[in-house]
Design a protein around this ligand. Structure first.
Ligand SMILES: Nc1ncnc2c1ncn2[C@@H]1O[C@H](COP(=O)(O)OP(=O)(O)OP(=O)(O)O)[C@@H](O)[C@H]1O
Length: 387
């Protein structure tokens, strides 16, 4: 018995799933693999290689880097060498340098205690550990622009790009550091020394064309849906929405849309996803706010966002003032039985995540929101986190 009339395997649409095929990014995967092609032959002589991958949201940057590092790991394994990838999403793991280095240590050198060590010691011990255990590593720092935008301490770039200078007379077993960012705007917050260590030209990912998004979605749908449950008309429609100015090519949104349209078709027992299902779901969701984006938020972030939504609704305006948001936040805290929250602590971060638009303290809004539908989704999420 299939799982459902609609889905063959709905998890294949999840943002966490790494697809087997990556249409229209094979060249970039190859480019990254190529940058480390010599490393598996003579790793100790291979220099620390720093790369940057830049491009807008949801166009396969993380997935491409993950795929490439997997291939590099395999090449090392073929030569009986161990290479590990440490992937850090700075929006999730965020915080300060200590938290980030501790995470690196836990990932790459789990036997080493990190308590009581300075940031520099943590890196030094990590390098020694890798050398002593004949292991190699590639560090991937995703959303580096978010970290640089929200933190005053930008020295993490300087530290990581100079790991080979910690003990210059010994080989550095971290072979690569790959920074991923949505744009190069964060350069302006770096000092010249940090900027120069970032070096060379970034690998810029261009946005997918309409035909490319159609191909990509066809390949994802072939694994996620039952063959008769979805047609090319639906895929083309979703591709069109995805390449519209509003969604700006974010494939993550397209996958969400397909999942929810599929769920709707399933609940209605139609046996097939129709254009109407897609239209309905698209009308109800918020393109700049995908499920993954909401999953990453803390309870207080979501509560602050709900306060913005409620303030906008009650004022019936495009923008509201911070004091309106505060008022609604206080009410909401009471309703949910949580501690009163200082929305200003979360508003800046919501802005950095591009979930809200803040022109000034008197002009706070949402990016092209569909307010009526957003609130119940957020409320359900905050209540779930309270359980
Ligand atoms: N060429 C492709 N083939 C199949 N799936 C793809 C492709 N490009 C992107 N995707 C899917 O789209 C979603 C978003 O991709 P990914 O997380 O790699 O984007 P990103 O550019 O790193 O985005 P962000 O900047 O928001 O982190 C993932 O679920 C990924 O599997």
């Amino acid at each position: 018995m299939p799982e459902s009339a609609i889905f063959a395997d709905r998890s294949k649409l999840s943002p966490r799933y790494i697809p087997q095929e990556l249409p229209h990014r094979e060249a970039q995967v190859q480019q990254l693999v190529h940058a480390f092609s010599e490393a598996a032959h003579d790793p100790d002589r291979f220099p620390l290689t720093v790369l940057q991958v830049i491009g807008v949201a949801g166009i396969g940057k993380t997935t491409t880097v993950t795929k490439a590092t997997k291939t590099i790991e395999e090449r090392f394994a073929q030569n009986r060498l161990t290479l590990k990838m440490a992937y850090i999403n700075l929006k999730l793991q965020g915080g300060n340098k200590f938290a980030i280095y501790r995470f690196l240590l836990e990932r790459l050198a789990p036997d080493l205690p990190s308590q009581g060590l300075s940031a520099e010691e943590m890196l030094r011990y990590l390098l020694r550990y890798l050398r002593d255990n004949k292991q190699y590593a590639i560090i991937v720092m995703d959303e580096i622009d978010y970290l640089i935008k929200t933190s005053k301490d930008t020295s993490i770039i300087y530290d990581l790009t100079r790991l080979n200078e910690f003990e210059p007379d010994k080989p550095c077993n971290v072979k690569g550091v790959i920074f991923i960012a949505r744009s190069t705007d964060f350069y302006s917050r770096l000092d010249p020394a940090e900027l120069s260590t970032l070096g060379r030209v970034p690998l810029e990912f261009s946005q997918y064309t309409l035909e490319q998004v159609s191909d990509i979605l066809s390949s994802r749908c072939a694994r996620a849906f039952n063959p008769k449950a979805i047609g090319s008309d639906v895929i083309d429609k979703v591709a069109k929405i995805t390449t519209s100015a509003e969604v700006n090519g974010d494939v993550r949104y397209a996958l969400d849309l397909l999942l929810y349209a599929g769920n709707l078709a399933e609940s209605q027992g139609t046996g097939r996803v129709t254009l109407e299902h897609v239209r309905k779901v698209h009308g109800q969701t918020h393109p700049s706010m995908t499920t993954e984006e909401i999953e990453q938020l803390s309870k207080n972030h979501i509560a602050s966002l709900i306060a913005v939504v409620r303030a906008l609704k009650s004022k019936k305006k495009q923008y509201v003032e911070l004091k309106d948001v505060r008022l609604h936040a206080a009410e909401l805290a009471e309703q949910l039985g949580i501690k009163k929250l200082d929305v200003e602590d979360y508003i800046d971060d919501l802005k950095a995540r591009r979930l809200i638009e803040m022109r000034s303290l008197k002009e706070i809004g949402l990016h092209g929101a569909s307010l009526a539908e957003l609130e119940p989704v957020l409320l359900a999420k905050v209540k779930k986190q309270q359980q």
